[in-house]
Design a protein around this ligand. Structure first.
Ligand code: NOJ
Length: 577
């Protein structure tokens, strides 16, 4: 038995991303709040998630869903008070649920007092908190706006009359970039981290980590060692709390990703955008090849870990897929141009992309949870919520949680017009059909299945910590893989297609070895030669545990002697090798 190290808790965590304002409204003003979230902790506890990732909840003009922060030390008054936050933290801790919060320090809101002071006074120390030039630099393809089509002239420099200068912003003009090369800015960030760690958070999701360390402009103040910024965040986090984790939004080229792990001194978890796009491509094409290719593109995650997801609250970015594959995914999952955004993304939730077909939704989540890394679930995906395409941009996937079939989906008692966003009503994904209460009552529901999936992943430390390998099954629509850890193994087999498939592969089984299903219900037969035969239904899946006893155990421990409890990560022939 290899014991669990408190510092690596995240390797077997199941993370649930929640936007407080869209989850549960306790006071009937139409906006979700911390007291409302606290009331739902028992729900989350029963669901079995072990960590919450809270989207930004700070005071904000709220022009980018809270990613435009005007005060890093408070709670948006619409969502409650700091006291409510502390009570929420206490209740989460009492249930053993850890809380990770968004750290949005690539930029501030233009309403942040630092920016206001910078605008007003060229001699203020806050002037150098941001990046200014006197003449607008020519467009630079390396530094284009992140939101093409949503920012006037696609610009990243905006003239500020008060300052009589241009300031830099990779996102919207109301989100001026901070100058991370300025040590005073970095000191501010350490203080912010310290504050929230004192209040009990288990770590941070580092927003826009790639852009934080990218040189803002050739003539701007440069960081001598860009990754040192991320290493310093890690040092400050663990100085306060030894098990604190940093989860980076690093949507960088695959060849660059390994650097964010920094040999264990930087980010613990990276949001796995590469695998996200390839996993979705495999679901769209019903072929295993895109998934295998995605895994091969990933550098090894020996010291840190991937955080895998199918959807988040932004667009589903498929921009890094080969062009022909992008076209196939768009065609299948976003046939109308209105379902697409920024030329690279899809603004839909998972269940509608899969036509609400529960077999396919379960297949998708079974695959996700079986991938090397830590799985993440977006609130509402556990019941198969849909999107509202009549809402602009990315808000289509940010509608309130659907608790019941009652008015406002049980999210709020406010009048419909006062809701933070309309609830999805009517049709196949409306709250009348898709809601927590109805799925609680149905033993076969997606929600109840999701609980089983989460529990199974949490008891399968092989996946979080074992060594991963792909099993050659010689079938275009099937993907099989295994994890070996501590003498045992977990074997996962998935059929991506709408047709039965039978597979036979060697598992090196010997007499005395036990092979039993953990999840899924495919027929499996073991043969005397050590192989296994599995027949999967349309979109079928199975996870098996291989428990070595007797001869198998001793042979394995001899061959594995020297194997550490360290995860191997996907052994990729990546371009970084
Ligand atoms: C990444 C976040 O995921 C996105 O929602 C936001 O718009 C940008 N960062 C800017 O903060």
């Amino acid at each position: 038995m290899v014991s669990v190290s408190p510092e690596t808790w995240f390797k077997n965590a199941v993370v649930y991303a929640v936007d407080v304002e869209a989850f549960n409204d306790s006071d009937g003003d139409g906006v979700g709040d911390f007291q409302g979230l606290t009331q739902k902790l028992d729900y989350l506890d029963r669901l079995g998630v072990s960590a919450l990732w809270l989207l930004p909840f700070y005071p904000t003009p709220n022009r980018d869903n809270g990613y435009d922060v005007s005060d890093y030390y408070g709670v948006d008054p619409r969502l409650g008070t700091l006291g409510d936050f502390v009570e929420f933290m206490d209740e989460a801790e009492a249930r053993g649920i850890r809380v990770i919060i968004d750290l949005v320090v690539n930029h501030t809101s233009d309403q942040h007092p630092w920016f206001k002071a910078a605008q007003e006074d060229p001699d203020s120390k806050y002037r150098d908190y941001y990046v200014w030039v006197d003449e607008r630099p020519p467009p630079d393809p390396e530094r284009a706006t992140v939101f093409p089509g949503e920012v006037e002239d696609e610009r990243v420099w905006t003239y500020d009359e008060e300052a009589d200068a241009y300031y830099y912003h990779r996102f919207y003009p109301f989100q001026p970039d901070l100058n991370l090369a300025n040590p005073d800015v970095r000191a501010e960030i350490y203080r912010i981290m310290k504050f929230w760690l004192e209040l009990g958070v288990a770590g941070f999701r580092v927003d826009a980590a790639t852009l934080m360390i990218q040189p803002k402009h050739p003539d701007a103040e440069q960081l001598d060692d860009p990754h040192e910024v991320l290493r310093s965040l890690k040092r400050h986090a663990v100085a306060r709390r030894s098990d604190a984790v940093l989860l980076a939004e690093a949507d960088d080229a695959p060849g660059e990703l390994e650097s964010y792990f920094g040999d264990g001194a930087e980010m613990d978890l990276l949001m796995n955008f590469v695998l996200n796009a390839h996993l979705v491509a495999a679901l769209a094409t019903e072929r295993a090849a895109p998934l295998a290719e995605g895994l091969e593109r990933l550098p090894p995650a020996d010291v840190g870990q991937w955080m895998n997801f199918l959807r988040n609250y932004d667009e589903l970015n498929i921009g890094r897929l080969p062009k022909d594959l992008q076209d196939e995914v768009f065609e299948r999952f976003a046939p109308d141009t209105d379902m697409r955004i920024y030329g690279r993304g899809i603004r839909r939730r998972l269940a509608p992309m899969l036509d609400g077909d529960e077999r396919r939704v379960k297949l998708a989540f079974s695959l996700l949870f079986s991938m090397p890394g830590t799985p993440m679930l977006l609130y509402g995906d556990e019941i198969g919520m849909g999107e509202d395409l009549s809402l602009p941009g990315r808000t289509s996937v940010r509608t309130p949680m659907q608790w019941t079939d009652e008015e406002n989906a049980g999210f709020s008692t406010a009048s419909e017009d006062d809701l933070v966003l309309p609830v999805v009503s009517g049709g196949r994904f409306g709250h009348e059909e898709v809601n927590v209460a109805a799925q609680r009552a149905d033993a076969e529901s997606l929600l109840n299945w999701m609980e089983r999936l989460i529990a199974t992943r949490r008891e399968s430390r092989e996946i979080g910590e074992g060594s991963f390998s792909v099993i050659d099954v010689d079938h275009p629509c099937a993907f099989a893989h295994r994890y070996d850890f501590n003498g045992n193994a977990v074997v996962c087999v998935h059929n991506l297609s709408d047709g039965k498939c039978s597979l036979e592969f060697d598992l090196d089984l010997v007499q005395g070895d036990a092979l039993y299903p953990l999840l899924g219900n495919a027929d499996h037969t073991r043969h005397d030669d050590g192989s296994c035969e599995i027949t999967l239904d349309d979109y079928g899946y199975i996870w098996l545990r291989l428990h070595r006893t007797g001869a198998g155990a001793s042979r394995r421990s001899a061959s594995e002697s020297g194997q550490q409890s360290r995860p191997e990560g996907p052994r990729a022939q990546s371009e970084s090798r």
